[in-house]
Design a protein around this ligand. Structure first.
Ligand SMILES: Cc1cc2nc3c(=O)[nH]c(=O)nc-3n(C[C@H](O)[C@H](O)[C@H](O)COP(=O)(O)OP(=O)(O)OC[C@H]3O[C@@H](n4cnc5c(N)ncnc54)[C@H](O)[C@@H]3O)c2cc1C
Length: 338
C-alpha cells in the first residue's frame, strides 16, 4: 500500500514555475505539497567538478538531446530545479513572445499587465544590473569587439548577491550567492507550511473522467538509492511544473494526449551557436561572472532574431557543444586566430 497524503494543491516540480506557484498559493492560505524528482542540495554538495555536477544535477547527465541529436537541451533536477545551475540572467519575456502566446489563446499577458508581476518576482530574487567591475574577461573582449562594430553592447540584469565571480554557476553555487529558488521562494514557501518531498518522481496520474484525483510517485531512500517507496497524493488541484520537456512527457505517458492535442507540440528552443577564437592573452573563464554583456541590435521587437552574448564554458560543457560523437569528437577542431 502506498503512503497516502491529502492536501489542497499538489505541485510537481520545484523549479522556477513550481516554487513560485507553491509560495503564492501557500500565502493565499492553501495547503501545498511539492513532489520533486531531484535531491535537496546545499552549497557543500557543489564541488565545482563538472564530472560530478553533470550526473548529479542534470537530466540524462547533460546529454538530453533532440531526437536527431542536433541540439542538446539542458535541464537540471533538484530542489530548485534548473535555477540551481542557470546563469542568473534576468530578462522579461519580449513583447513579440507575449503577443505570440496571446495569439495561442493565453489572455491577459500584455507587457503592461505583466509588469507588476515581473516587479514582484524581481524584488523577491534580488534582480540588479551586473556591476561594471565584475564583468569577466570574456565579456570585456566581447564588449571591445561589439563597441568597435558600433553594436552598442548592454550589460545583463542578474539575480546574484555579493558574487565572488568563480564562474562555476552551471555546476551549482558553492557560495550561496545565486538567488535561486532553493534560497528564495522555497524557504519562504516552507516557512508557510509547504511540504517539499525531494527524490520523489511523479509517475502516474489518476483520474475519474476528466478530473485528476491523485498522483502516484516513487520516493527514493536518500541513503540507499536502490530502495524506494510509493506515495499517493490526493489533492483538489494539481500543478504540473516539470519544465518544458518533462511536463508534456509526464502528461503524454498518462494518456493526456487524447484529451488535448496541443500537449507535446509547439516547443520552441533557443539554440546557441558559438564563435570560438584564440586570444593573444590568456582568458580564464573561471575568473569573473560568466555572461555579462549582450547585443540586441540584430533582433527586432516584432520578431526576435539573434542575440549576441559573451559566453564561455568549462571543458565538459565545451565538449558537449563541439560537433560529432565518439572518435571524431576527439579530433582537433579548426580554430582561427583572432
Ligand atoms: C546551464 C543553464 C543556464 C541557464 N541560464 C539561464 C539564465 O541565465 N537566465 C534564464 O532566464 N534562464 C536560464 N536558463 C533556463 C532557466 O533556468 C529555465 O528555463 C527555468 O529554470 C525553467 O523553469 P521550470 O520551472 O519550467 O523548470 P525547471 O526549473 O527545470 O524545474 C522542473 C523541475 O521538475 C522536476 N521534475 C521533472 N519531472 C518530474 C517528475 N516526474 N516528478 C517530480 N519532479 C519532476 C525536475 O527535477 C526539476 O527540478 C538556463 C538553463 C540552463 C540549463
Amino acid at each position: 500500500m502506498p503512503n497516502e497524503i491529502e492536501t489542497d494543491v499538489c505541485v510537481i516540480g520545484s523549479g522556477a514555475g513550481g516554487a513560485v506557484a507553491a509560495k503564492e498559493l501557500a500565502e493565499g492560505g492553501l495547503r501545498v505539497v511539492i513532489l520533486e524528482k531531484g535531491s535537496r542540495f546545499t552549497k557543500y554538495d557543489f564541488t565545482q567538478k563538472e564530472s560530478e555536477a553533470f550526473p548529479q544535477l542534470y537530466e540524462d547527465a547533460g546529454m538530453r538531446t533532440t531526437a536527431d541529436q542536433s541540439i542538446i537541451v539542458l535541464h537540471a533536477r533538484g530542489v530548485g530545479g534548473t535555477t540551481l545551475v542557470n546563469h542568473n540572467i534576468c530578462f522579461r519575456a519580449p513583447e513579440f513572445v507575449l503577443r505570440d502566446w496571446q495569439r495561442g489563446g493565453v489572455d491577459h499577458i500584455s507587457p503592461q499587465i505583466m509588469s507588476p508581476y515581473y516587479e514582484k518576482v524581481e524584488k523577491e530574487i534580488s534582480v540588479t544590473e551586473i556591476p561594471p567591475d565584475e564583468v569577466n574577461q570574456n565579456d570585456q573582449i566581447f564588449h571591445r569587439g561589439a563597441d568597435r562594430l558600433g553594436l552598442l553592447p548592454k550589460r545583463f540584469l542578474h539575480n546574484r548577491k555579493d558574487c565572488i565571480g568563480c564562474g562555476f554557476c552551471y555546476c551549482g553555487c558553492s557560495y550561496d550567492r545565486k538567488q535561486n529558488m532553493a534560497l528564495t521562494y522555497l524557504p519562504r514557501a516552507e516557512s508557510l507550511g509547504v511540504q517539499i518531498m525531494a527524490d520523489t518522481d511523479a509517475e502516474k496520474i489518476e483520474r475519474k473522467g476528466n478530473r485528476v484525483t491523485a498522483i502516484v510517485a516513487r520516493q527514493k531512500d536518500p541513503h540507499d538509492l536502490t530502495r524506494d517507496k510509493k506515495i499517493r497524493v490526493q489533492a483538489k488541484c494539481f500543478i504540473v511544473s516539470c519544465g518544458g520537456i518533462s511536463t508534456p512527457a509526464l502528461l503524454l505517458r498518462n494518456g493526456f494526449g487524447r484529451l488535448n492535442r496541443n500537449i507535446g507540440r509547439h516547443l520552441t528552443l533557443h539554440p546557441i551557436l558559438a564563435n570560438i577564437g584564440v586570444m593573444p592573452e590568456p582568458v580564464n573563464f573561471y575568473e569573473g561572472i560568466p555572461q555579462c554583456e549582450y547585443v540586441d541590435r540584430l533582433s527586432s521587437v516584432d520578431s526576435g532574431g539573434f542575440l549576441l552574448e559573451g559566453i564561455g564554458a568549462h571543458p565538459v560543457l565545451t565538449s558537449l557543444n563541439l560537433p560529432s560523437f565518439g572518435r571524431p569528437h576527439l579530433e582537433p577542431i579548426l580554430i582561427s586566430k583572432v
